[in-house]
Design a binder for this molecule. Structure first.
Ligand SMILES: *Cc1c(COP(=O)(O)O)cnc(C)c1O
Length: 480
């Protein structure tokens, strides 16, 4: 049977319009899979030459399988591309890896080894950074509701920047630093009103969300952002480094970043006119998109960097201001595609779905994890893809839904995917793109132990986070 006939036969009327029947279901799209992912001659998925059957045997399933080389290469790619593009303008950039996307001590060490800095947004993430031996000046602290303890901890560690999120927090940081006779280095997080929504972006004057200081002046009064600058300059215990924005996540075009840069540079020029002060730093945040499915086409870091550098250079020239030191905060774009989750297939069911007058089949494929190791589909309706990993299949593809083992009907891992009709219990299934915001958002729902994270590099696999045991689950029980 030719692939073409397959396709003609198998298009399901209940599949979403964007989902194509794969020409070759064994193919691994390099945009979606970690570097080093390939099929062996026998057809099994391997990463850096390590077969998934060996990984499953050694580490069990589910397991997060992370390509260390992929992670390091992406970290370097952002560092080098942005440095190259911005070097002529401001000497280079500081790249802060957004630790909230995925963090453990080992990965924090890679971040440091690759010359990146680390963004944190809690006392716990600061503690992890300390444990990994990252020097304070290489750290940033975010958060819209930092506790006094977190602010003190950041000052104890001499972090390079505290990103202040409100007028109240500005006063608290100033008071705490003042009491300790320190000078706290701060950036102000501004809301430029530009939301990049995957393929489009929208601009709004008024931000209806919890983060940042509004740049919009109401009733002729100064904006909150301008008032924050005035207040920061008035506090000897604060060193106002500059301004910050983060316009969203999973963004594909450079346009939104460029617009935000233009708006913040204009703000920096207005501060110079108002206060005679040149703010030295501009942080443009993270949010660079990755490919979760064949449909997503992220831009290379070099292309993003060039487009952003063009706008920053031109805007500064037009406004007659010095180009501030630029920083960026990619998380997902470094770790997201480095990882796939390896599951074992369990129960299979085929359900008849009524649509209009017709009935079509949907196959439910249950795996041995689910929303406890990847809550993103439940939280945001996030889209993933999946592939049969333990072998090749020549069977036709059928519309499938990969679901977890938890007691929620919304416990979906991959909502729609064409998977081989001959899938059986015991097959290994891999879901790529699970490096960011999966492990960190995981839970022990249904008393499920968290899976291990396995790093693969140069033909070797090693644990970087062990999986939880039943003992771990009961560690905090008070009753004996
Ligand atoms: C989440 C976040 C990031 C990272 O976002 P990604 O989409 O993972 O790149 C960067 N900066 C701030 C302030 C964030 O909140």
């Amino acid at each position: 049977m030719s692939t073409h006939e397959n396709t003609a036969q198998l298009e399901s009327p209940i599949a979403p319009a964007w989902l194509a029947v794969p020409d070759d279901p064994n193919h691994l799209n390099p945009s979606v899979w970690p570097q080093g992912a390939s099929r062996t001659e026998e057809g099994e998925l391997a990463i850096d030459g390590v077969k998934v059957s060996d990984l499953a045997h050694r580490f069990g399933t589910p397991a997060y399988i992370l390509s260390e080389d992929h992670f390091r290469n992406r970290a370097r790619a952002f560092r080098d591309a942005f440095n190259a593009a911005f070097a002529p303008l401001c000497g280079g950039v500081d790249v802060y890896y957004a630790g909230k996307s995925f963090l453990c001590v080992e990965v924090a060490k890679w971040v440091q080894e690759e010359g990146l800095r680390l963004d944190t947004c809690s006392g716990g993430e600061l503690a992890l950074a300390a444990r990994a031996g990252i020097e304070g000046p290489k750290l940033g602290l975010h958060g819209n509701n930092k506790s006094d303890a977190e602010i003190n901890r950041a000052l104890d560690m001499s972090v390079g920047r505290i990103v202040v999120d409100s007028l109240q927090e500005l006063e608290r940081v100033a008071a705490i630093a003042g009491m300790r006779q320190l000078r706290a280095p701060v950036l102000l997080r501004l809301t430029p009103g530009i939301h990049a929504e995957t393929h489009e972006f929208i601009a709004t004057a008024h931000e209806d969300q919890k983060f940042g200081l509004s740049m919009t002046a109401v009733h002729g009064e100064r904006s909150t952002a301008e008032r924050a600058v005035g207040a920061a300059l008035g506090h000897p215990s604060l060193e106002l480094l500059g301004v910050h924005c983060h316009i969203g996540s999973q963004i594909f075009s450079a346009e939104g970043f460029a617009l935000a840069a233009e708006k913040l540079l204009t703000f920096i020029a207005s501060i110079r006119d108002l206060h005679g002060v040149s703010l030295k730093e501009l942080d443009l945040g993270g949010g660079y998109g990755i490919a979760y499915t064949d449909l997503d086409q992220p831009k290379e870091p070099a292309e993003l960097a060039a487009a952003m550098a063009d706008v920053v250079g031109a805007t500064c020239a037009r406004l007659g201001i010095d180009v501030p030191r630029i920083s960026i905060e990619p998380g997902r774009a470094i770790v997201g595609s480095s990882t796939f989750t390896l599951y074992t297939v369990g129960t299979l069911k085929t359900i008849n779905v009524q649509h209009g007058e017709d009935i079509s089949e949907r196959r439910y494929v249950s795996v041995d994890g689910g929303m406890s190791d990847n809550p993103r589909p439940v939280l945001y309706g996030a889209t993933y893809t999946a592939a049969l990993a333990s072998r090749r299949s020549e069977a036709p593809s059928v519309l499938s839904r990969v679901v977890g083992k938890h007691c929620e009907s919304g416990d979906i891992v991959v909502k729609d995917a064409y998977l081989p009709a001959d899938l059986v219990a015991g097959d290994l299934l891999a879901v790529p793109g699970t490096g960011a915001y999966c492990w960190v958002l995981g839970s022990n729902y249904n008393y499920t132990p968290r899976p291990p994270v396995v790093a693969v590099s140069q033909g070797q696999a090693r644990l970087i986070l062990r999986g939880e045991t039943e003992e771990d689950l009961f560690r905090r029980e008070v009753a004996s």
